[in-house]
Design a protein around this ligand. Structure first.
Ligand SMILES: C[S@@+](CC[C@H](N)C(=O)[O-])C[C@H]1O[C@@H](n2cnc3c(N)ncnc32)[C@H](O)[C@@H]1O
Length: 232
């Protein structure tokens, strides 16, 4: 099946994950098996299609993380490992992802670039096997609009981040411009087929996830993506 062919993908409430308030954050509902099928197809072309355009945001996020020597960083939704070479070598990076084909690419990258400070693991961001407060920094680049229940994932991110640690979320959220937001809501059931929901509501998400941002910056060109920096 071609990458952009429509395939059965849950888009109605009967498949809903999370509570009603969480489901109201986007008109589009997905489940993990649907997401896995999408990323199985994307794995081979991800770095070419989502690499360069989304890269300024990745660089800005790493800069704002204020990583210090010895810090432990968790990257949630590590994908092909496109960020792994950007971290300082004197911090320890753990990347998790649900998709095996994406992780295979990440493992190839770790070996090819000799990234001895990085490890990648297969794990669901909504149910992590790490103990509480295991990391200094927990970072989700371009993940939160991909998962079935973004609030559950954010709560897990808070749980595994130490008190006073940094939580960073880099993502596209629904525009505050009424015309753009209508377009994003309309196309969201389609954009999930290329890996993300276009209409995730930022304020609703932050409130439900009980995240209090230190900074909210617009990133990438056009500046349609958002970098949210929070202290845990
Ligand atoms: C848009 S890609 C982001 C990849 C990378 N972080 C980047 O900067 O480009 C989203 C990744 O999240 C992963 N993902 C989706 N749902 C997940 C979940 N529940 N748990 C862990 N990873 C998940 C996908 O498999 C995919 O690799």
């Amino acid at each position: 099946m071609a990458l952009f062919d429509r395939e059965p993908g849950p888009t109605t409430d009967e498949y809903a994950t999370g509570d009603a308030a969480t489901r109201a954050l986007s008109v589009t509902v997905v489940e993990n098996d649907f997401v896995e099928r999408v990323y199985e197809k994307l794995a081979k072309i991800y770095d070419f299609t989502f690499g360069p355009t989304l890269h300024p945001g990745r660089l800005e996020a790493i800069e704002k993380m204020a990583i210090r020597p010895g810090h432990s960083v968790l990257e949630v939704g590590v994908g092909t490992g496109i960020n792994l070479g950007l971290y300082p070598r004197d911090c320890a990076v753990t990347g998790i992802d649900l998709s095996r084909p994406m992780l295979d690419k990440a493992r190839e990258r770790v070996a090819r670039k000799d990234l001895v400070n990085c490890r990648v693991l297969e794990m669901d961001a909504a149910s992590m096997s790490f103990p509480d407060e295991a990391f200094d920094i927990v970072y989700a680049p371009y993940l939160i609009s991909v998962v079935p229940d973004p609030v559950k994932v954010a709560r897990e991110m808070r749980r595994v981040c130490r008190a006073g640690g940094r939580i960073m979320i880099l993502n596209h959220f629904k525009s505050t411009n009424p015309i753009l937001s209508r377009i994003e809501t309309a196309i969201s059931p389609l954009t999930v087929h290329i890996g993300f929901k276009a209409d995730l509501d930022l304020q609703g998400f932050l409130t439900q996830a009980e995240l209090e941002p230190l900074a909210i910056d617009k990133v990438n060109i056009p500046r349609m993506w958002t970098l949210v920096t929070c202290k845990n």
